[in-house]
Design a protein around this ligand. Structure first.
Ligand code: PRP
Length: 216
């Protein structure tokens, strides 16, 4: 391993294949298939980099503490983490949205401006808090880890704040969008100290990724 090797954190899950593709297009290839290996720390073929495979919610922590020099993560996870890390590039892939949704049957019962103390289930408590605070709406957040769409169906919450990609999960659970919260794409993130100390490696790499994006 090159002593100037850079450490790149990538998230397990739906963004991983595009992350591997975009990095290989600028010449950084892992020595084994990152989507199938059980190794969590994998060198690149040429030893100039190594990859950390982490849970997406943990990725900003690795980059913030400098355990990884850079990484790729969804804007949703980045916003939710509140970490003060650099975000030099919007990579454009992994597009989805965060929305407020509620049961279709509740639509006629109240308008969205009258949501006094509605309960809102979400895996994004910080994003949800900020969204409703900006609108001056008093709500109670019910933090959950997944299957968010279930909460209004069983009376745990009145509404949800969650990701929508195809919209299929909302449709199949008879929920409808009532507010847009934010658009989400994959972002390149960089540790602040690494950007200075390893500028010779990182700046050309960021530029190569930026140029390559025009071909996506
Ligand atoms: C995400 C999200 C929605 C679903 C949206 O969940 O929280 O539930 O995908 O996708 P769709 O609009 O294409 O139906 P995920 O698959 O990450 O699982 P989770 O509920 O366990 O978080």
């Amino acid at each position: 391993m090159d002593k100037n090797a850079i450490t790149i954190a990538l998230p397990k899950g739906r963004l991983l294949l595009d992350c591997v593709k975009i990095l290989s297009e600028v010449g950084i290839k892992a020595e084994e298939d990152l989507s199938t290996t059980r190794r969590l720390l994998v060198p690149s073929e040429d030893g100039s980099a190594r990859f950390l495979i982490v849970r997406d919610k943990d990725l900003p922590v690795y980059v913030d503490y400098g355990a990884a020099d850079m990484g790729i993560v969804g804007k949703d996870v980045l916003m939710e983490s509140k970490k003060n890390i650099l975000e030099p590039l919007d990579l454009g892939f992994g597009y989805c949205r965060i929305v407020v949704a509620q049961p279709a049957v509740a639509m006629g019962l109240s308008n969205t401006s009258g949501w006094g103390h509605a309960r809102v289930a979400t895996k994004y408590p910080n994003i949800a808090e900020r969204h409703f605070a900006a609108r001056g709406e008093q709500i109670e957040i019910i933090p959950l880890y997944g299957s968010i769409e279930l909460a209004p169906l069983v009376g745990l919450a009145d509404r949800i704040v969650d990701l929508v990609s195809t919209g299929e999960t909302l449709r199949q659970n008879n929920l409808v969008e009532v507010q847009d919260v934010m658009e989400v794409t994959a972002r390149l993130v960089v540790n602040r100290a690494s950007m200075k100390i390893k500028a010779e490696r990182l700046v050309p790499l960021i530029e190569a990724l930026r140029e390559n994006l025009q071909r996506w």
